[in-house]
Design a protein around this ligand. Structure first.
Ligand code: SP5
Ligand code: ZN
Length: 344
């Protein structure tokens, strides 16, 4: 199947993350996408460069306030002198727009405070190329959606940075713009859409964006936030929206059997849809540093077979996956599984 790609992902180097107040190296690095590209190239994949997409594909899923902020965040941080004093080379929030501050909060005038209006964590840093790369990742996802709208049975969007934690007006979880949601929104002309999110973490941004939508069902299998895992506040089974949202949280240590059983449930639940978007995180794998799930490469291949056997027009959007030695092979196994399932 076609692999949609953009070199512009390299413009985004988050430069680590601030975790419990401490700057640590971070795992969402440019080499992730390059590792996936190498593994797929070695397997003979056909690469397609992302085509620039109009701004309305972004605004189908994000408020203008967020996109205006992200486009200007680095410039105003630098202009405010924060790179020199106190000497912070990335945009990092220090106050947050907690709901109890009031019903209508002001967007802060100070660049140092503004980040905390638009993000919900300290781990999703903004640097000079972040906006360009995040915007290009939307182009990658929507180009894949356009290939499928034009009749390709399936297309893989090699997006970076990832997107499924970004809500309509807030960024976080290493995500700035929601690539998966933009692809799903673009497919909506085909009829009812199903999003199945198999990243190790709950796809809270995608859930929030489509929570009120009757024509986009969103299902996610992920590490149980109730067991102490990101995104902590949401991702519980009780969040069903108006019946079109489905969360299947898993206990730490869950391997292929429990994970595939959850994917079977989501696949069955997706059947009435006319098209499918898979939010493909490979961080559920046993070697991944960001989750305690224990899925094997054979498990990812089996997941691909199950979702491919739905025989729905399918866009696969890259989300997480952080073990540089294994992520390429895991993505290859999943895409091979999709093709074996009946599509590609
Ligand atoms: C797209 C995606 O997979 N985002 C996942 C973001 C989860 N980040 C949570 C980080 C939690 C703290 N990690 C610090 C580990 C220090 N040992
Ligand atoms: Zn993840």
């Amino acid at each position: 199947m076609p692999v949609v790609w953009s070199d512009r992902h390299r413009l985004h180097d988050p430069g680590g993350e601030v975790w419990v107040g401490v700057r640590i190296p971070g795992t969402e690095v440019p080499d992730r996408a390059e590792a996936i590209r190498e593994a797929l190239a070695a397997a003979g994949a056909r690469f397609v460069d992302a085509a620039p997409q109009p701004a309305d594909v972004v605004h189908a899923v994000h408020d203008r306030a967020l996109t205006d902020y992200l486009a200007s965040a680095w410039g105003s941080w630098e202009a405010a002198g924060l790179t020199a004093e106190p000497g912070q080379d990335r945009v990092v929030p220090y106050v947050f727009a907690h709901p109890e501050l009031g019903r209508k909060l002001a967007v802060p005038a100070a660049a140092s405070a503004r980040a905390g209006y638009f993000t919900y964590d300290t781990m999703t840093l903004v640097g000079p190329g972040t906006w360009a790369a995040a915007r290009a990742a939307i182009d990658v996802a929507v180009t894949a959606a356009e290939l499928v709208r034009a009749g390709a049975p399936a297309a893989y969007a090699c997006c970076r940075p990832p997107g499924h934690h970004a809500t309509r007006s807030a960024f976080g979880g290493s995500c700035y713009l929601n690539n998966t949601a933009a692809a799903a929104a673009r497919l909506r002309t085909m009829g009812e859409i199903a999003v199945i999110d198999i990243d190790a973490h709950h796809g809270n941004g995608t859930q929030a964006i489509f929570y009120e939508a009757a024509d986009v069902r969103v299902g996610s299998v992920h590490i149980d936030p109730g067991a102490g895992w990101f995104p902590h506040f949401v991702g519980f089974a009780s969040e069903t929206g108006h019946g079109a949202n489905r969360n299947l949280p898993l206990a730490p240590g869950t391997g292929d059997d429990g994970w595939l059983q959850a994917i079977d449930e989501l696949a069955h639940w997706a059947r009435p849809a006319r098209a499918l978007v898979v939010a493909l995180g490979v961080d559920a794998a046993a070697d991944d540093p960001e989750s305690p799930l224990m899925v094997t490469p054979a498990g990812y291949r089996a997941a691909g077979r199950r979702l491919g056997s739905l025989r729905l027009p399918t866009v696969i959007v890259q989300e997480g996956g952080y073990d540089l030695d294994t992520i390429g092979g895991l993505v290859r196994e999943f895409l091979t599984g999709i093709e074996e399932g009946g599509f590609g």
